[in-house]
Design a protein around this ligand. Structure first.
Ligand SMILES: *Cc1c(COP(=O)(O)O)cnc(C)c1O
Length: 432
């Protein structure tokens, strides 16, 4: 009945997450609060890991894209499930290493890595660096040479495929700030360059074609384009690449209208293409890296808020103001994202009212959702917004000097804080 399997209803009709009553969570921790179900996160990790074992004979690694939700506890969880992690900043690296995450299982991304970042990559022996451009390639090679080490790198390639939720487009010359273009010969040129370098080892190519993708075909198409590129590299340079990183972007459910393709058919279709094309072109079957972010944590999280004023504008719409907003969830403001919202105390009742959930910031666009079907709301009610595990906490800000909410993890009927609520003093900590 709900968008995610970690949600349920108890005998009082209250919404539960991981078996815990959301009204009790709101009472114990206050609102707004992010709540995440640890077992659901672990199930999602295993789903990816098990199917890599099944479809690629264990020759692969699922690297959790930590930009979706980054804190020490999530690194501990994905580490214990045997996953790797994608990171993009020194902040991510510091968080991961502080949580004991093995550097060797880290993939370092970014389209403008600073010399300080490349130095940290070398110092901590980060497992793979995804090189975005020739400037970075030359710089990392010089730095690795000076340090007397060899760094394992992949290239971020623009495969000429851009996928959105319902369709994908093949573009000739893609307009993107990320990566090396295939069709201009830039990616081949970089390959020739790196093969002459002595301190960088090119393991394979990386591509990431978009996010919240529901269909398998854009991924399969990308795999065909990339395996052909591997064959071109083999023909032109004699070099055989070992690894292939297909990126992330697997879609999840925010509302009942979202229809991501079933996970098994996704894995079966894409792996059949990767392995089939590698065999057909006489290539080595690659070690496959996958980088899901949203698909690991998105549906495992909800946000609880308390309703303040309810304002009916006759003939237009009814606004229910909540004690959070774009500071803890900027996704409606950024992309008009759709969410499912419920009155936590009456979550099983028909959603026969319509509310626009308004945040508390000084921006007209600060909404969590417009005209959402919901149960009736009164001031003081707890509202649950579903599927907020990805790109909510990680995109939160202190706009209007609003402290960030805590993150509470539930498991086996128990709850614990994994990120504390910011205090008012935290807000002025760096002020002189
Ligand atoms: C954002 C991103 C991901 C994760 O995307 P999801 O849609 O959350 O799965 C993976 N790889 C790269 C390079 C990304 O930029």
């Amino acid at each position: 009945m709900f968008v995610s399997d970690c949600l349920g209803l108890n005998s009082q009709g209250h919404l539960t997450i991981g078996g815990v009553d959301t009204l009790e969570l709101a009472e114990t921790y206050g609102t707004p609060v992010y709540v995440m179900d640890e077992d659901q996160i672990r199930r999602n990790c295993r789903k990816f890991k098990d199917s890599i074992d099944r479809y690629y004979e264990g020759r692969g690694l699922c690297c959790y894209a930590s930009k979706a939700f980054s804190c020490k506890e999530i690194y501990r969880i994905v580490e214990s499930e045997g996953l790797g992690a994608d990171i993009v900043s020194l902040g991510d690296l510091h968080t991961a290493l502080s949580a004991g995450f093995p550097a060797e299982r880290i993939c370092y991304h970014g389209n403008n890595k600073t010399p300080a970042e490349l130095a940290a990559v070398i110092e901590h022996r980060v497992g793979r660096v995804v090189i975005d451009n020739l400037t970075e390639l030359e710089l990392l090679d010089r730095m690795a040479q000076a340090a007397g080490v060899t760094v394992r790198v992949m290239f971020r390639v623009k495969p000429g495929v851009e996928a959105h939720t319902h369709e994908y487009i093949q573009t000739g010359q893609i307009d993107s700030k990320f990566g090396l273009a295939l069709e201009t010969g830039e990616a081949m040129e970089a390959t020739r360059r790196v093969l002459q370098m002595h301190h960088l080892q090119l393991t394979g190519m990386h591509c990431h074609i978009g996010s919240q993708i529901f269909d398998n075909e854009p991924f399969a198409h990308t795999a065909r384009v990339m395996m052909q590129f591997y064959a071109d590299i083999k023909r032109e340079t004699g070099y055989l690449l070992d690894e292939f990183n297909i990126g992330g972007g697997h879609g999840i459910m925010y509302t009942a209208a979202d229809t991501p393709s079933p996970f098994e058919t996704f894995m079966a279709d894409v792996s059949r293409t990767v392995v089939g094309e590698a065999d057909r072109l006489g290539l080595k079957r690659p070690f496959v890296l996958m980088e899901p972010g949203r698909a690991i944590v998105g549906e495992a999280g909800i946000t609880l808020y308390t309703v303040g004023a309810v304002k009916e504008i006759p003939g237009i719409r009814t606004y229910a103001s909540i004690d959070g907003g774009m500071t803890d969830n900027p996704r409606y403001t950024l992309y008009q994202s759709r969410y499912t919202a419920l009155a936590a105390a009456r979550a099983g009742e028909p959603a026969d009212h319509t509310f626009t959930l308004a945040g508390r910031c000084c921006e007209t666009g600060d909404l969590i959702g417009k005209d959402l079907p919901m149960q009736a709301l009164q001031p003081g009610d707890v509202v649950a917004v579903l599927s907020t595990g990805a790109y909510n906490y990680s995109m939160a800000s202190n706009y209007n000097r609003v402290p960030r909410p805590p993150v509470v993890m539930v498991r086996a009927g128990q709850s614990r804080v994994v990120v504390r609520r910011e205090s008012l003093d935290d807000l002025i900590r760096n002020d002189i």
